[in-house]
Design a protein. Structure first.
Length: 154
């Protein structure tokens, strides 16, 4: 962009059109983790949650709600992973990854404050979610959002 005073340099914290290796690694790891979790929750919710003392006891409504969340996480993971390889998806993938991971991690912290300490595995999950959410936030910070959408006026 050029102003009366001359050209304005791009913001120093944004990288131009290429992925850095660290950004790709972050998106691949964050994406594959949530693909694995989403796939497991979608296909085997009883087995996945049993390690944390959660028993569905044949409650088909609870299983339906849990599988739906698993499907959403699986789809999110696919998008986040694709963002590592498809440049035009990088910003959106990182933003979605940061939002989902931080929402889960911060919600678990709220639950600890309101409901008490859960199983150790769920506390570890909260830590991992906060770390991965922050890492995806770093990718958002380092990636330009892309050109604004064009409007076709007739």
């Amino acid at each position: 962009m050029t102003t009366v005073a001359g050209p304005v340099p791009d913001a120093p914290h944004r990288r131009s059109g290429t992925h850095s290796r660290s950004q790709q690694v972050i998106l691949v790891v964050a994406g594959l983790v949530v693909v694995g979790i989403g796939g497991a929750v979608l296909t085997a919710p009883d087995a996945f949650h049993a390690g944390n003392g959660i028993d569905f006891a044949g409650n088909s409504s609870l299983l339906s709600e849990t599988r739906a969340a698993g499907g959403a996480l699986l789809a999110t993971g696919i998008l986040v992973t694709l963002g590592a390889f498809v440049r035009r998806l990088t910003f959106a993938a990182a933003l979605i990854g940061a939002t989902v991971y931080l929402a889960y991690g911060l919600s678990r912290l709220l639950s600890i404050a309101l409901d008490g300490m859960p199983a150790t595995g769920l506390v570890a999950a909260a830590v991992a979610e906060l770390v991965l959410g922050t890492a995806c936030g770093y990718v958002v910070h380092r990636t330009p959002p892309g050109p604004p959408p064009t409007v076709n006026r007739r």
